[in-house]
Design a protein around this ligand. Structure first.
Ligand code: NAP
Length: 334
């Protein structure tokens, strides 16, 4: 394949306040870099749009540095190797790496993806970072045990769809999910086998959860923070364990909503534990064996929402994901 001399990449044009808009991104034609020793040239085929990228658009100290203004964004991607100076990786291989938001990438750090095992896009979703997040958050962080009643917010998204099903397949007594539309609620119950699900827009979340979990909640997998964390505290059983994975309800506002009832954690002896997936790499082999097996035998199902039309549509895909337009993993096909 001939490599063009220039290709498209997406830059951060301005730092958003509230929800990002298309004007916060710039589609830029830039020279395709030449790989050096120990590097690959990759033609990206899929890139991931993830909630944490919203945090990196702010100029704020966090666990990852902010994106630089006027520079190319980054994030998970998979692609085809066009040039390789990396032992064990050949031209034509597919790799996963971290130089998304561009059509062609030069990378040193990449992991081979076997297209025979599963479609390569799954390396960014159910079999990649979001899947491992779900597995680690449920089993390691929340210390899930057979017989637990589990509540997952953001349950129809990339992480949530896996977290709820791992709980079901590992013997949860009851799995409850919340999501933002009737279509997502139907997906959770009818396709993924959740015992109950509700649309968090349909009333006071504390009432919706109490009705769905009449015997209370032992484990809460928190993707949203805010009102749903408050509801989970209200429904928590004694010694409940909460895995604080993310707080997307607070990402696009300067008026974050807290749980107003945090003091309930005292009397109920609730453990609330935040985590980052990168601290749980030791679980990857078990995750790949167990979740990979369930995906292959069909007992764990998943969806991807793939935006087509190339890199120009990546900002819209990202904004759409933040607004809840995705079911399952949000991806862009390049
Ligand atoms: P996702 O769920 O696939 O997509 C984001 C979803 O958030 C949207 O589809 C939308 O679904 C929901 N959402 C948006 N605004 C909301 C609001 N105000 N209240 C409730 N839900 C809202 O994203 P993901 O990749 O699976 O990530 C899920 C969470 O996990 C995020 O908080 C993310 O930051 C976190 N995460 C953490 C780690 C870690 O290492 N700790 C790793 C990966 C992801 P609805 O239609 O349901 O609203």
């Amino acid at each position: 394949m001939t490599v063009p001399s220039t290709a498209l990449e997406v830059h951060l044009a301005s730092r958003p306040t509230g929800f990002p808009t298309p004007d916060d991104f710039a589609l830029v034609e830039a020279p395709v870099p030449t790989p050096g020793p120990g590097q690959l040239l990759v033609r990206n085929t899929f890139m991931s749009v993830d909630p944490y990228m919203r945090g990196r658009m702010n100029d704020a100290k966090s666990y990852v540095p902010p994106f630089a203004l006027g520079a190319v964004l980054e994030g998970g991607a998979v692609g085809e190797v066009l040039v390789s100076d990396v032992p064990g990786i050949a031209v034509g291989d597919t790799v996963a790496h971290f130089a998304g938001w561009r059509e062609y990438a030069v990378v040193g750090d990449a992991v081979k993806v076997d297209p025979e095992v599963a479609p390569v896009s799954t390396a960014l979703g159910v079999l990649g970072m979001p899947g491992l997040t779900a597995y680690a958050g449920l089993l390691d962080v929340a210390a899930f045990r057979e017989g637990d009643t589990v509540f997952v917010s953001g349950a129809a998204g990339a992480v949530g769809q896996v977290a709820g099903q791992v709980a079901r397949l590992r013997g949860a007594k009851r799995v409850i999910g919340s999501a933002g539309s009737a279509e997502k609620v139907a997906y959770l119950v009818e396709e993924l086998g959740f015992d109950a699900a509700f649309d968090y827009h349909d009333g006071d979340v504390r009432d919706l959860l109490a009705a769905a979990a009449p015997e209370g909640v032992d484990v809460y997998f928190d993707n949203t923070g805010g009102p749903q964390l408050e509801a989970a505290l209200a429904s928590a059983n004694l010694y409940a364990r909460f895995a604080l994975c993310g707080a997307i309800s607070n990402y696009n506002t300067d008026q974050p909503a807290g749980p107003r009832n945090l003091s309930l954690a005292v009397g109920k002896r609730v453990t609330l534990r935040g985590f980052l997936v990168r601290d749980h790499e030791h679980l990857r082999p078990a995750f790949e064996r167990e979740v990979g097996g369930w995906v292959r035998d069909g007992s764990l199902r998943h969806r991807e929402t793939i935006t087509t039309g190339g890199l120009a549509n990546a900002p819209a895909a990202f904004i759409g994901m933040l607004r809840g337009e995705n079911i399952g993993k949000a991806l862009v096909a390049l």
